[in-house]
Structures are given as structure tokens and as C-alpha cells.
Design a binder for this molecule. Structure first.
Ligand code: ASP
Ligand code: MG
Length: 423
């Protein structure tokens, strides 16, 4: 017998019929002897609908007072789905109770619409579990020290589930979703992409932040920090599938030292088209130039990702960096107004038709030549690399957007990602 947390996304909770299926699945786990806590999302489309209603009354929802109301409104989506699930569980003959975040309580800071969980009181939940109840806890929300309802940011139910699992020291947190796990890359681009049976937290964080949108990033950080074993699996299997088969399906996000880990050098390939490149050509090559260029950008709260500075030529150098595409126009305007007047006859060029492709794998720590294999693969395809950035477990290149799919396919093949790695 173990304490297990299940999280169900909006699609899984999308209709009374689907909620009934969730209830049957959870009841199966409870009858197998497990203590069950379930964290549902709002029914699919509901959070958008609620936020849309608020925007009809006030299009600019940005003051703290308005954000407070927005959270109170958005949080109702999960209260409804949680109550419905508790009813469905009781209809299946399972004792069950649902709690909103403030009833548990899940304490957060006061940053409305993007609050962070600070602590979870487990007393009430443990008492219910002890008498055999299935406890349903709303995802996505908590309560601040002044009793205001807060929400955790879009997709935040993942983080709620992981935080609840951490607080209760659950055996595992299972995230039921509309994909059946984490893939080596997006199967829509590479049909041979393979589901990984395990992946490390660090790799998952890199893949999640690089654009693989399976889990809210914050939930992966939380799981890594509090060592919560996390599994992503499909909610579309029949509810009465064999429980052992179900419990070992999907992708387990786990610790590096875990001997179950696949031993691949590269585990996955991520890509995004969200960035744009800006270059300042022929700026004076002198101490402080990077700060002179990027200081005002940082002051404007614009995130800079990849940065490169070229070697000097005649006392001048070229300096390039990338920003989110949404920030491109603002950054160019800011450089023209605040930086260019101080950089002599430097030229500004920009390119919004770029993409970033990254290979990710903890095996890169102990294997040499991984990046060079990436570069030779791209060169064989005639793809020019514009920028490179690396971390311990990742190498990213910026290339022309029109080569993105070609690059991802070629790299997937070059690193044998369609084959399972030896365990
Ligand atoms: N219902 C919230 C959203 O749509 C939270 C979640 O589903 O995780 O973002
Ligand atoms: Mg989600």
C-alpha cells in the first residue's frame, strides 16, 4: 500500500462522462490498497472561458486589485471539477471529499496570477486518508497570508499536484494527460520519435524550458527539489487496464543515479521559433561594451538568451544576441534610442526568421565529441550555424528557421534516437 497522487488535466476532466472514467480509474487504485489524493484541472476550456468573461468587463486587467478578482474567478474552474469528481467517486461507492486550496490550506505568496506555493498543511488530508477517503484537491490555486485566493499561473495544476505529493511524501505523482509520455522530439516533425521510459529531472527541465510543453516547468523544478518521483502517462487508456501495466507506462522523470535510467548520451531534441536575433556590427571593442548594449535591455525587463561577441577587427567588433520575438521591435527601438548614439558608426541588423535547435542529455557530461557530432551533422545538410550556446547537458544552435525541421530530423537520426539506449 502506498500514498499516490494522481493529476488529471482539463481534457481528462472535459465532460461528466470523462469525469466518471477518472473516478473509475481512481477507485481501481484505491481498491488495490493505495491511499489516493487526486488533483484535477478545470474542465477543458473552462479557465479560458472564465478569464474571457472578466476581460469582457475590463480588457486591461493589470492592477493588483483586478488581478485579485481574476484569481477568485479563475479558481472556480477547479472547484467545480473537484466537486464533480468527488460526486463521481461517491457514485462509484468510494468515500471521497474535495477541498479548495484555501481549505487544505495550500499557502502561497501574494503574487496574483503567478503565485508560488510556500507550504501545505497536511493535517486535514491525512485525517481523511486515514479513514479511507479519496481526497480531491483543486489544482492551480492556493491562499495568501491575508486569506486571498491566488492562482499559480497557466498550467499550474501540475505544480499543485507535485507540491501536494511532496508535502505528503507520496510514493509517486502520476500526471495523466493527453500525450502518453515524453518523446525524444515532437513526433509531428519526426515520425520515428520515441517515447522515453525514463528521463532525468535536469533533462526534463531543459526540454520543458526549450519548448516541449508536456509539464509546467515549475512543477519539474519542484519535483527535482523535493525529490518527488513523477510519471507522465496517458489518460486515454481504458480505465480498467491492468494496474501494474498502467503504473509502469508513460515516462518516469527520475534521478540521475537511478539505475533504471537509459544511458543515452543525448536524450532529446528541442526546438523553438520564438526568438529573434539582433546584431550590432562594428561597435568599439573595449571593456564595458557588452554592458553598454545589454544594460538598457535588461533594465527594460527584456530577457536575452544567446549572446555572442566576435573577435576584434581594427578595434571594432560585432555583437549579437537573441530575444523573444515578441520583444524584438521594442528591443530594436530601445537600442536605436539609447545605445546607437554612443557606439559611433555601428550598424544594426536583425533577423526574426531564426530558430533554436538543442540537443539535451546528461550523457554529455561524460562524453566528448557530442557537440562536434551535432555540428558535422548540420554541415552535412548544408545548414549554416549562426550562433552556438552550451551548458553542461545541452548544446543549442541558432539557424535559419527554414531549416528547422531538416535539422531536427537529421540530428534525431545522427544520435540514434529512434533506438532505445541500453539500460
Ligand atoms: N486550469 C488552469 C489552466 O487552464 C490550470 C491547469 O489546467 O493546469 O491553466
Ligand atoms: Mg497542463
Amino acid at each position: 500500500m502506498a500514498l499516490i497522487v494522481h493529476k488529471y488535466g482539463g481534457t481528462s476532466m472535459g465532460s461528466p462522462e470523462r469525469i466518471r472514467n477518472v473516478a473509475k480509474r481512481v477507485a481501481k487504485w484505491a481498491r488495490a490498497g493505495h491511499q489516493m489524493v487526486v488533483v484535477p484541472s478545470a474542465m477543458s476550456g473552462e479557465t479560458n472561458r472564465l478569464l474571457g468573461l472578466a476581460k469582457e468587463l475590463s480588457p486591461e486587467l493589470s492592477t493588483p486589485d483586478l488581478l485579485r478578482e481574476l484569481d477568485a474567478i479563475a479558481a472556480t474552474g477547479e472547484q467545480v471539477s473537484s466537486g464533480l469528481l468527488a460526486i463521481a467517486l461517491q457514485a462509484e461507492g468510494m468515500a471521497s471529499v474535495s477541498y479548495a486550496g484555501w481549505q487544505v490550506a495550500i499557502a502561497t505568496d501574494s503574487a496574483h496570477t503567478k503565485a508560488r506555493i510556500q507550504s501545505i498543511d497536511d493535517v486535514r488530508v491525512r485525517a481523511d486518508l486515514a479513514v479511507g477517503k479519496v481526497v480531491v484537491i483543486t489544482g492551480f490555486q492556493g491562499v495568501d497570508e491575508n486569506g486571498n485566493i491566488t492562482t499559480l499561473g497557466r498550467g499550474g495544476s501540475d505544480t499543485s499536484a507535485v507540491a501536494v505529493a511532496a508535502a505528503l511524501k507520496a510514493h509517486e505523482c502520476l500526471i495523466y494527460t493527453d500525450v502518453d509520455g515524453v518523446y525524444t522530439t515532437d513526433p509531428r516533425i519526426v515520425p520515428e520519435a520515441r517515447r522515453l521510459s525514463t528521463i532525468s529531472f535536469e533533462e526534463m527541465l531543459e526540454l520543458a524550458s526549450l519548448g516541449a510543453k508536456v509539464l509546467q516547468i515549475r512543477s519539474v523544478e519542484f519535483a527535482g527539489k523535493y525529490r518527488v518521483p513523477l510519471r507522465v502517462l496517458s489518460s486515454f487508456t481504458p480505465w480498467d487496464i491492468n494496474i501494474v501495466e498502467e503504473a509502469t507506462s508513460g515516462t518516469l522523470i527520475t534521478f540521475e543515479e537511478d539505475e533504471k535510467m537509459e544511458q543515452a548520451v543525448v536524450s532529446g531534441i528541442a526546438f523553438n521559433r520564438d526568438e529573434a536575433k539582433i546584431s550590432l556590427l562594428g561597435v568599439p571593442d573595449k571593456p564595458g561594451i557588452a554592458f553598454q548594449i545589454l544594460g538598457p535591455v535588461a533594465d527594460a525587463n527584456i530577457d536575452v538568451d544567446v549572446i555572442i561577441q566576435n573577435v576584434s577587427h581594427g578595434g571594432k567588433t560585432d555583437f549579437s544576441f537573441t530575444v523573444h520575438r515578441n520583444d524584438y521591435a521594442r528591443t530594436v527601438a530601445l537600442l536605436k534610442a539609447q545605445v546607437m548614439p554612443k557606439t559611433g558608426d555601428a550598424q544594426l541588423t536583425g533577423d526574426t526568421k531564426i530558430c533554436k535547435v538543442s540537443i539535451v542529455g546528461i550523457g554529455m557530461r561524460s562524453h566528448v565529441g557530442v557537440a562536434s557530432r551535432m555540428f558535422s551533422t548540420l554541415s552535412d545538410e548544408g545548414i549554416n550555424i549562426q550562433m552556438i550556446t552550451t551548458s553542461e547537458i545541452k548544446t543549442s544552435v541558432v539557424i535559419d528557421e527554414k531549416y528547422m525541421e531538416l535539422a531536427v530530423r537529421a540530428l534525431h537520426k545522427a544520435f540514434d534516437l529512434e533506438q532505445p539506449a541500453a539500460a
